[in-house]
Design a binder for this molecule. Structure first.
Ligand code: AMP
Ligand code: MG
Length: 267
């Protein structure tokens, strides 16, 4: 697969129509699933080595529209990966105490340490998405945040964190399908909220907020990837492929033994 196609070139103009939401990479579902299983095994080993080496830190940022598939992506892509060393941090509506601080205050404590992978299920980007769409703070204030965010991520990468930012790109029609499924399936109703319908009415405003986010915060140190998300299997496959590629570039190694083991015998 040509991964470059899905990476947002830093400094480029972004038009979301550049990426088809129902892209299948020219594969069929069975091939896709087969490849995903292989990648999953490689991811497992790479994570194990990353953890053992305790040198690199990997931050995966997931953003999407409602029903975009953030939870499903995490569940599938990290299936079978050793939970030791992998954490998910979910960012919900800020608490009163969080709102009494700058918007990065609640985020920084969750970034990965040596050997860790942390997945942000929503992130500091909500502060230029939902906050922008609903004008939760005045424009003059959220406008400056793109710059802060780029600087924050530069700090993290300068200090040894690798950042992979994934935008799950869903069509309006597929969102309708998924909302309908949630409404009609008893065991999915817990995921449905009337608020999702109110947000859906702001579809265009959200798409514009995502577009600007991609344009202004895809940087050489922390680029965005656009993940076509109408087909769940393709979404999972592409995310796995990107993560495996990034981890292989870090090339984590099994550490040497701490002691000299020559001639050691277990009796
Ligand atoms: P969910 O991920 O479905 O549990 O929903 C989490 C909710 O928290 C979403 O509606 C987000 O828009 C909201 N949220 C997350 N971060 C922020 C933020 N910084 N300001 C306002 N709302 C937020
Ligand atoms: Mg929700």
């Amino acid at each position: 697969m040509d991964l470059e196609h899905y990476r947002v070139t830093p400094g480029s103009n972004v038009d979301l129509a550049q990426w088809a939401t129902d892209d299948d990479g020219g594969l069929d579902k069975d091939e896709g699933r087969h490849l995903a299983r292989e990648l999953n095994e490689r991811l497992e080993e790479l994570q194990e080595r990353l953890w053992a080496e305790h040198r690199h830190r990997l931050l995966v940022v997931l953003q999407a529209t409602d029903t975009g598939g953030k939870d499903g992506t995490i569940r599938h892509v990290f299936d079978g990966v050793n939970p030791q060393g992998v954490k998910v941090a979910a960012f919900k509506k800020p608490t009163e105490r969080e709102l009494a601080h700058d918007y990065l205050w609640r985020v920084h404590p969750h970034v990965p340490g040596d050997g860790e992978i942390v997945i942000f299920n929503r992130s500091h980007y909500e502060d230029v998405l939902v906050v922008r769409v609903h004008e939760l703070v005045p424009r003059a204030r959220w406008e400056r945040r793109y710059e802060h965010i780029n600087a924050f991520e530069k700090l993290l990468t300068d200090e040894g964190t690798t950042i992979v930012k994934l935008f799950l790109h869903l069509s309006r029609e597929e969102q309708a399908e998924r909302l309908r499924a949630r409404l009609e399936t008893p065991h999915k109703q817990w995921k449905f909220s009337l608020g999702d319908l109110a947000e859906r009415e702001r579809w265009d405003a959200y798409q514009e907020a995502f577009r600007v986010m991609l344009e202004r915060t895809s940087t050489p140190w922390a680029p965005w990837w656009v993940i076509p998300a109408d087909r769940k299997w393709f979404r999972n496959l592409l995310v796995s492929e990107i993560l495996v590629e990034v981890l292989e570039a870090l090339d984590p190694r099994w550490p040497p033994p701490t002691d000299d083991l020559t001639g050691v015998e277990i009796v």
